[in-house]
Design a protein around this ligand. Structure first.
Ligand code: ADP
Ligand code: MG
Length: 383
């Protein structure tokens, strides 16, 4: 990939690329819609990701091209504060703008991207392109940021420049991922632990429903608001900064304050999902993959019924998995409403699983899903 990107860079920019970097995407193994509630999540980096080739130019312009999109962008180096409609290049422009706001002097650069993460499918291609840009510039010009600072900068881009009220998980997972490890991240304190993931006789299957997440952003922001409403109501009786400070038992003592059934369901999901992450970490530490798989199914059920962020496509995948003998756990991952599900699949059954799931899914949904087998990979690297 490195060589192909360097060739394309030379073709497109009539100068050679100076450096090439890789940044992964991520899946969240468990702990969904928790990060903006200050709880525990358990993501890992995957071996699908984004490659970026860069070289400085003398034109005081930033140029952005991607092998994944026809649209290109060219921005004067003093105009990075202006958003360009819904153009993909807003992600890297936003990152550069944060650096400049922070007093760094960055003049012209040419950028070329390529990603093999299915885009807009919940595997965080957006965090991947943000961190790819931030990591590349930080390394290349020696801006002096540490990884956590890059994560915070990328999150600000997603929140303030792009306009999605997402938590910190995606950027964190992409920047801190390590091969064969999951990150147990406390989204409130940003304390984290790496947990060994020994999948033994299983592989991580990623199933893209190929359902575009059209409504995802507005529904996502709606869920954030519903959680804030629950928090406000609970604060009439106890002092809480976020819902995940409550265990399920403590929550039961105060949940009568939430009269609205929908809001109650949302809060119930959050509190119980947070408990499940604790249990999942224990299960991994004990090498108990069956228990981990059961928690995955329970997580999906809760996201479907209480949080209402699944959909018939994701449910079809997880329903199939629950009847397939060689899968021990499956759930939707990411924001939901489409996007991807993950499954723990017994080694050796990859082909059979793909074939049977495809038949089932096409019959139910009308078009095929895409199935990947991924490994748990490393964070950003210079190639
Ligand atoms: P997700 O993060 O789940 O993949 P998002 O909607 O949050 O979905 O982010 C996807 C957007 O990120 C794309 O529409 C595009 O704007 C940008 N993006 C991601 N990868 C690339 C890439 N390789 N080249 C250009 N833009 C990309
Ligand atoms: Mg995203």
């Amino acid at each position: 990939m490195k060589i192909k990107l360097e060739e394309k860079f030379a073709e497109q920019y009539h100068q050679n690329a100076d450096a090439v970097y890789f940044t992964p995407g991520r899946v969240n193994l468990i702990g969904e819609h928790i990060d903006y509630n200050g709880g525990l999540v358990m993501p890992c980096a995957i071996t699908l990701g984004t490659w970026i080739a860069i070289a400085p130019n003398n034109d005081n312009k930033f140029r952005f091209k991607s092998l994944n999109f026809d649209a290109q962008a060219e921005v004067e180096s003093n105009k990075t504060h202006e958003k360009n409609g819904s153009l993909w290049a807003n992600y890297p422009i936003g990152v550069i703008n944060e650096f400049i706001k922070d007093g760094k002097e960055i003049n012209g650069f040419d950028f070329l991207y390529y990603g093999n993460i299915p885009i807009g499918s919940g595997l965080s291609s957006s965090a991947s392109i943000e961190i790819a840009t931030a990591f590349a510039l930080n390394s290349y010009i020696n801006l002096g940021y540490d990884n956590l600072e890059l994560v915070k900068i990328a999150k600000r881009v997603e929140n303030d420049f792009i306009g999605l009220n997402s938590g910190i998980m995606d950027q964190f997972a992409v920047a801190f991922g390590e091969k064969d490890k999951a990150i147990v991240l406390d989204c409130e304190t940003l304390k984290y632990k790496m947990v060994d993931v020994d999948l033994g006789n299983y592989v991580l299957a990623i199933i893209n429903t190929n359902k575009p997440r059209e409504l995802a952003d507005s529904k996502y922001n709606e869920r954030v608001e519903e959680c804030q409403t629950a928090l406000k109501l609970l604060n009439e009786e106890i002092t809480l900064h976020n819902l995940c400070e409550l265990t399920a038992e403590k929550f039961a003592l105060h949940s009568h304050l939430i009269a609205d059934e929908t809001v109650l369901n949302r809060a119930t999901h959050v509190v119980k999902e947070n408990d499940r992450v604790h249990l999942a970490a224990k299960a991994l530490n004990a090498g108990n993959l069956e228990e981990f798989g059961r928690l995955m199914y329970a997580s999906h059920q809760s996201l479907k019924e209480l949080y209402e962020v699944s959909g018939k496509e994701l449910d079809a995948v997880v329903d199939f998995c629950s009847t397939y003998n060689h899968v021990i756990g499956a759930r939707m991952t990411g924001a939901g409403f489409g996007g991807c599900a993950i499954a723990l699949l017994e080694k050796g059954y990859e082909e059979d699983f793909a074939k049977q799931l495809t038949d089932y899914y096409v019959d139910k949904i009308g078009y095929p899903a895409a199935i990947y087998v991924s490994e748990i990979g490393n964070g950003p690297t210079k190639l």
